[in-house]
Design a protein around this ligand. Structure first.
Ligand code: F6P
Length: 505
């Protein structure tokens, strides 16, 4: 047994979960008329209602004791001080410095990085403003994968109504179909390729970049966003079109850096700055609010409660906003590449669950896809509902419908319903969070993304794991080398037989 599951705070929560197992969420409302207000919190333009969680004030108090036991406040301080919280790579994780609007210095690994950040941000803005004002470039194609794709792609899609620059296209998959479909109708002379890769060695990205270079036949412009300047130059990209970022920026936390270049090209630097400001507002909240009144802390602790004490089988996220259709994909990498770990900071195998599978889809589509299981399936899948209050388009009455469904689903999951017919029974007592954003604009999107980044960090601290490395992605790459390489002897019989079939065709 590891120290964590033997610890006083953990055992108190386990005992509490047992004692509370017969209390329904609906009962908690009947016994506390102030519950809805008591279990809601607002910060940086976001309003969180967590009263539909299976958590009483005693649960909240015990979770806060667990946070205290795990030194959460000290870990938040270490994160913001730029200490090497990424212990296996001895690096800081200072994505907050990328969006620091305070004018005060922020350190990474003992050095104030604010001047470097502002210099790159300036270069990115000048370059993007020039491309946007010249109007020669009609299309930008970002070539990158994982954190070098999901963040900028999701933001450009979420804020597409504000786009006033060249059309943005994103190519990630090594499947040539994606690049070919992106290039359809484009002209080399009016296309800018942005090759985004922290390492500038990722196989998929380099394959697509080479194919794009061949397609362009020397007529397209190329830019690079990378932490590996030398490789970008070797690829043939001019120094003035190479925008750097640093090893203290994790890939899945990098959209705030020059990785956001496609966002600046599509939306302009003012809008990008609003995005940074929203994230910064959430950083300020996270780093200063007391734990009991701290949005990322409460959301992180409630996730621990659901996963580790209520046995939740997964975490569902349902943004009730079509423009957030890529939010779940971005969150999957953030959450599961950060916390999908089985070894703690001391190198011991954990004997508790860590990151749950994160999945979902926009509402109301999800109601016609998998909400059946959420309502009547035997397993517990807590839901985060994300709902913009204001409608950002002309069909206001349809927005009312959308929001009404979001609220209705949370209520129905919690209340359930009895019926004489067992097939029409709804067990209810199914927990959810409802997050209201004032509107889906750059500021509130920035705050929302930063909220989930910090929620992920909070969970990693409680689980005593490193959220900022990703050794798990290396083995697959090595085996791919064996599959592609000459010596198949290291491959298992199944893979060899499959390979032979593929080769035969
Ligand atoms: O998925 C592994 C990973 O290293 C991610 O962490 C990263 O975002 C992605 O691959 C792309 O890496 P790079 O930006 O170096 O091409």
């Amino acid at each position: 047994m590891s120290k964590l599951t033997e610890s006083a705070a953990w055992r108190a929560l386990a005992a509490h979960a047992k004692a509370q197992s017969v209390t329904r969420i609906a009962d908690m409302f009947s016994s506390d008329p102030m519950r809805a207000r008591e279990f809601s919190l607002e910060a940086a333009g976001l309003y969180l209602d967590y009263s539909k969680q299976r958590a009483s004030s005693e649960t909240r108090a015990l979770l806060l004791k667990l946070a205290e036991q795990q030194d959460l406040s000290q870990w938040i301080a270490r994160l913001f001080a730029g200490e090497p919280v990424n212990s296996t790579e001895q690096r800081a994780a200072m994505h907050m410095a990328l969006r620091n609007r305070s004018g005060k210095p922020m350190q990474a690994q003992g050095r104030d990085v604010t001047p470097d950040v502002l210099t790159v941000l300036k270069r990115v803005s000048v370059f993007a403003d020039q491309i946007r004002s010249e109007k020669k470039i009609t299309d930008v194609v970002n070539i990158g994968i994982g954190g070098s794709d999901l963040g900028p792609r999701m933001v450009c899609d979420a804020l597409a109504d504000f786009a006033d620059g060249p059309r943005a296209h994103f190519v990630a998959n090594v499947d040539g179909a994606q690049l070919l479909s992106a290039l359809k109708g484009l002209k080399p002379a009016t296309t800018l390729f942005v090759v985004t890769s922290k390492t500038f060695t990722t196989q998929e990205t380099m394959a697509n970049a080479r194919a794009a270079r061949a397609w362009s036949a020397g007529q397209s412009q190329f830019a690079a966003v990378t932490a590996n300047d030398a490789e970008a130059r070797k690829f043939g990209i001019a120094a003035e079109h190479i925008f750097g970022f640093w090893d203290w920026v994790g890939g899945r936390y990098s959209l705030w850096s020059a990785v956001g270049l496609p966002i600046v090209l599509a939306l302009g630097s003012r809008r990008f700055t609003e995005l940074l400001s929203g994230a910064h507002a959430m950083d300020e909240h996270f780093s200063t609010a007391p734990l009991a009144a701290n949005l990322p802390v409460l959301m992180g602790l409630l996730s621990i409660w659901n996963v580790n004490f209520l046995g939740a089988a997964s975490q569902v996220v349902a943004p009730y906003a079509q423009r957030l259709q890529l939010f779940v994909s971005w969150l999957q990498q953030l959450e599961m590449e950060s916390n999908g770990k089985g070894v703690d900071r001391e190198g011991r195998s954990v004997d508790y669950d860590t990151a749950p599978a994160v999945w979902g889809d926009v509402g109301t589509n999800s109601q016609h896809a998998f909400f059946q299981m959420l309502h009547q399936g035997p397993a517990l899948h807590p839901v985060d509902f994300i709902v913009p209050v204001e409608c950002s388009h002309a069909l206001k009455d349809q927005h009312q419908l959308l929001a009404a469904h979001a609220l209705a689903q949370g209520a129905a999951l919690m209340k359930g319903a009895t019926s004489g017919d067992p097939h029409r029974e709804y067990p209810g007592n199914r927990p959810s969070n409802t997050l209201l954003l004032a509107r889906l604009d750059a500021f509130h999107l920035g705050a929302l993304l930063a909220l989930y980044e910090h929620r992920t960090f909070v969970q990693s601290v409680i689980w005593n794991i490193n959220a900022f490395d990703q050794w798990g992605v290396e083995l697959g790459k090595r085996v791919a080398g064996d599959v592609l390489g000459g010596d198949k002897s290291r491959l298992d019989a199944s893979t060899q037989a499959l390979l032979a079939r593929l080769k035969a065709h």
